[in-house]
Write a protein of this length. Structure first.
Length: 363
């Protein structure tokens, strides 16, 4: 399941440094605006100790974790919605991703220029939010023009859609993002078809620099903004995380212990992005590998089988399912079967986070 989280923000806030640390893809991370013009795409592993526990029981030759694709999108500037700084091109890149990680600069460094001349997270967040909202307003206005034309011809669906899009326009005009609107069924479809930038799920990443987040007033400001919006925020020192990402596992553990951490900050970012995208995880294993599979909440067993292979969904017969907790407690398949925890599920079964599944199919 190729689901993408776009990394956005003003120039020189540490987007590409964070991207490099997340994906080790070696994207350009230079100290000048628009160092990243074409978006870079990389894959980050989702840390999940449950997969390690399953692998310890079944001892497969390979372990394949779930992943999240990150897209490093060039910095937005004030006026991007009007085309400033190649704005239209960059906005289109944001439109193509499933969710947004907004990197906010929370460090002072005279050697790294700030596009506005000073560090002010609230102002920087407002600049990006305003440009995305202005771009969305343009989209909404064009949609309303088309819908009103259709409604005049007696198109009832268009007439119903106008009421929804009018609500979106009013929300955007008030300064609130489209994601803040509560929508139902057909209303969700209307808004989804607009591909609005501010409708995408949002995560704030406070790049705190080497000093850390504990006493950082800039990070506190981002946390307050996120709390007011009901958004999640993760504080990381992107430069340090980039160094940690290059260490061997034993060196990484030692370094983290020295700075009083139990895991890299990047792990928190990846897990937050995974949650932001509305993903859960199920697990499979065979003689070749133990694997974690990301899936959207609410997917059925045949739909999840299709993530493994299209033949599995087309010829789905049943799913043999056990929870992760039972799989581990009873030592794998044999013990879970003996304990009566192994069960058969049909086409209507909604897969749960942590399910360990064997798919049976016949093509």
């Amino acid at each position: 399941m190729a689901i993408q989280c776009g990394i956005v923000g003003l120039p020189n806030v540490g987007k590409s440094t964070l991207f490099n640390a997340l994906t080790r893809a070696g994207a350009v991370a230079d100290n000048y605006p628009f160092a990243t013009i074409d978006p870079n795409v990389g894959v980050a592993r989702v840390p999940d100790p449950r997969l390690d526990a399953i692998a310890a029981i079944v001892a497969p030759p390979a372990i394949v974790p779930a992943t999240v694709e990150f897209v490093d999108i060039a910095g937005l500037v004030e006026g991007a919605s009007r085309g400033e700084g190649l704005g239209n091109q960059f906005l289109s890149h944001i439109r193509e991703v499933d969710a947004v990680a907004h990197v906010v600069r929370c460090f002072d460094d005279s050697d790294v220029s700030h596009v506005t001349g000073s560090v002010d997270p609230r102002r920087d967040i407002d600049i990006v939010a305003t440009e995305l909202a202005l771009a969305d307003l343009g989209t909404v206005e064009r949609s309303l023009t088309r819908l009103r034309h259709k409604a005049k011809t007696g198109d009832k669906e268009a007439a119903a859609a106008i009421a929804v899009v009018d609500r979106v326009e009013a929300t955007l005009s008030s300064g609130a993002p489209a994601r803040s609107i509560e929508l139902r069924g057909s209303e969700q479809r209307v808004v989804r078809d607009l591909f609005l930038l501010t409708a995408k799920p949002l995560l704030y990443v406070a790049n705190v620099g080497d000093e850390g987040a504990a006493k950082n007033p800039h990070a506190a400001a981002v946390a307050a903004i996120a709390a007011a919006e009901g958004a999640e925020v993760v504080a990381v020192a992107a430069g340090i995380e980039a160094e940690i990402a290059e260490l061997a596992d034993d060196e990484k553990t030692e370094f983290l212990a020295e700075i009083g951490e139990t895991e890299p900050g990047l792990d928190r970012v990846v897990r937050a992005a995974h949650r932001l995208l509305g993903l859960n995880t199920f697990f499979t294993w065979n003689e070749k590998e133990a694997r974690a599979w990301p899936f959207r909440r609410g997917m059925t067993a045949p739909e999840c089988a299709g993530l493994v292979h299209s033949d599995f969904e087309r010829g789905f017969v049943r799913a043999e399912v056990v929870s992760f907790d039972d799989f581990v407690e009873f030592g794998g398949e044999g013990g879970a079967r003996h304990a009566g925890r192994w069960r058969l599920e049909g086409r209507d079964y909604v897969v749960h986070d942590g399910d360990v599944i064997l798919f049976r199919f016949n093509v």
